[in-house]
Design a protein around this ligand. Structure first.
Ligand SMILES: C[S@@+](CC[C@H](N)C(=O)[O-])C[C@H]1O[C@@H](n2cnc3c(N)ncnc32)[C@H](O)[C@@H]1O
Length: 275
């Protein structure tokens, strides 16, 4: 596979962001738990061929590699060299000889058709530029009867994101965030329209109270890449407007504060479809 993917500015910013984060990414086990659940629900078994899309530090790939065994094969692809370096080290330490990590754009993969038993994408699907095209692309790599498993968040998830969207709307700005996959119907439609069948969606209503300070730190600002959007939506605001929007964001959060803190919904979807 092409080992130097051509990335547009949007994807290059994502790759750089995750390479900067790569050394600390595994400090929390939050993504790991999600990835393990996706693999568990995805019914991986020995001897399977598994593709882990946007593998990052390899959470899904490594969990799957331990199940498929020496007669199976796992490939993790990602656009961030830093994340892949961490993944490769982990696989080396675990002596996983059935796993490879490849620098590649998940929306432009050069793989054999009908070659995968399972395709997973955990904590990454909303970063794709074109969700429908990505799913259609991945559909070609699944063997008939193979299963895709995608993890996504509900559009109610992450109080910082929800309030950012509310404030941004006042400035005529629309954020994608989790909206494209934000409901069961949207997930169902996305998979159906890409040709998947027997779609199953597990909904896990999760969340916790967080401090006002932590919620305020969830402000999107104008510097990070925003899922599915380039340039970041708030970058169209002037410095004064941005400061005003941030003040409005903080004020909205203050209203939401209770004795326990601020409720941070993290409703999670595990979406499966068959070819
Ligand atoms: C939040 S991390 C998730 C990593 C991993 N799947 C996990 O469960 O921890 C998002 C990852 O998506 C990768 N990514 C984003 N867009 C991508 C693309 N078009 N192709 C490949 N990887 C991509 C990023 O580089 C990053 O490593």
């Amino acid at each position: 596979m092409n080992n130097q993917p051509k990335l547009d500015k949007y994807k290059q910013e994502i790759a750089d962001l995750y390479t900067r984060r790569s050394q600390n990414y595994d400090n929390s086990d939050w993504h790991l738990q999600i990835a393990r659940r996706l693999v568990e629900y995805g019914r991986v078994s020995p001897r399977q061929q598994v593709l882990d899309i946007a593998t990052g530090t390899g959470h899904v790939a490594i969990a799957a590699a331990q199940i498929v065994g020496s007669e199976g094969r796992v490939m993790g692809v990602d656009i961030s060299p830093g994340m892949l370096a961490v993944a490769r080290n982990k696989a080396l330490e675990l002596n996983l000889n059935n796993t490879e990590f490849v620098l590649a754009d998940a929306e432009n993969l050069d793989l054999a058709g009908n070659s995968c038993d399972r395709i997973f994408c955990s904590s990454a699907f909303i970063w794709m530029s074109d969700l429908h095209a990505a799913l259609t692309h991945w559909h070609t790599f699944l063997k008939p009867g193979g299963i895709i498993g995608i993890h996504a968040f509900a559009d109610t998830a992450f109080v910082g994101g929800v309030v950012t969207q509310k404030v941004a709307e006042k400035y005529g700005i629309s954020f994608n965030m989790s909206k494209p996959t934000g409901t069961v119907d949207k997930c169902q439609n996305l998979l159906e329209q890409a040709g998947f069948e027997q779609i199953e969606i597990k909904i896990e209503p999760e969340g916790s109270y967080i401090s006002l300070e932590k919620a305020k730190a969830m402000w999107a600002g104008n510097s990070h890449p925003a899922p599915g959007q380039y340039p970041p939506p708030l970058s169209t605001l002037s410095t004064e407007q941005l400061a005003q929007a941030k003040a409005e964001f903080d004020a909205e959060l203050e209203v939401l504060e209770t004795e326990l803190g601020i409720w941070n919904d993290i409703t999670t979807f595990y979406v499966f479809g068959q070819k």
